[in-house]
Design a protein around this ligand. Structure first.
Ligand code: AP5
Length: 193
């Protein structure tokens, strides 16, 4: 079974929702750099103090800091058999770092699942989440900036993974269960390659 999977897509596309479901069914961990960074912010660490204002502005935390944090997480015992990356890589430098880290472990990215959702439903979802969860970066201005940063820095990675033959585009603007069925089918196909 494919066990090194990247969830890729704009903010609010459902990467976290789908990755957490797949993590349960495959029995491998979901590694969300956003969740890891929020834990640092909550824990008041040095990294958290650096990351907090950056995250609140909608910009990206510097590659080097995020990759160091990711490497530590990847070295934990539960990630030895595979991992679902949620929100990483987000830049070309991060994609290259991930390839390097995986190669050291004798692994590679098996599949990149691009959860594709237009801007309008994304803004609706995140404004709704702000009302329920109050996430600091779910304000209208920061959502716009996150979408802009995604288009400038992250979206171009799709071409890289398409060239590598690992990119699968999934329409994420449908009910969660429908998207999850396509995610499961894409993972099955990647496993039989
Ligand atoms: P991060 O936490 O990764 O946020 P994000 O990419 O903006 O993604 P979200 O968590 O908002 O959305 P998602 O795609 O996971 O969707 P979700 O399932 O939650 O990053 C936050 C910040 O941290 C960044 O801006 C940056 O500053 C920093 N950061 C993180 N990683 C970094 C990195 N690698 N490098 C540098 N900086 C980094 O769903 C969203 C909402 O929609 C939920 O309410 C959900 O219930 C709902 N929903 C999900 N699916 C559906 C559906 N099919 N239909 C209707 N609603 C749905």
């Amino acid at each position: 079974m494919a066990s090194t999977i990247v969830f890729f897509g704009p903010p609010g596309s459902g990467k976290g929702t789908q990755a957490s479901r797949l993590a349960v069914s495959l029995g491998i961990p979901q590694i969300s750099t956003g969740d890891l960074l929020r834990a640092h912010v909550k824990g008041g660490t040095e990294l958290g103090a650096i990351a907090k204002p950056i995250m609140e502005s909608g910009a990206l935390v510097p590659d080097e800091l995020v990759t160091r944090m990711l490497k530590q997480r990847l070295e934990e015992p539960d990630a030895k058999g595979g991992a679902l990356f949620d929100g990483y890589p987000r830049t070309l430098a991060q994609a290259e770092s991930l390839d390097g880290l995986l190669a050291e472990m004798g692994r590679k990215v098996d599949a990149v699942l691009f959860i594709d959702v237009p801007d309008e439903p994304i803004v609706e979802r995140l404004v709704k989440r702000a009302e329920i969860e109050g996430r600091a970066d779910d304000t209208p201005d920061t959502i716009r900036e996150r979408l802009r940063v995604y288009r400038e820095k992250t979206a171009p990675l799709a071409g890289r993974y398409a060239k590598a033959g690992t990119l699968v585009t999934i329409d994420g603007n449908r009910p969660v269960d429908t998207v999850a069925a396509d995610v499961a089918a894409a993972v099955r196909r990647a496993s039989s390659r």
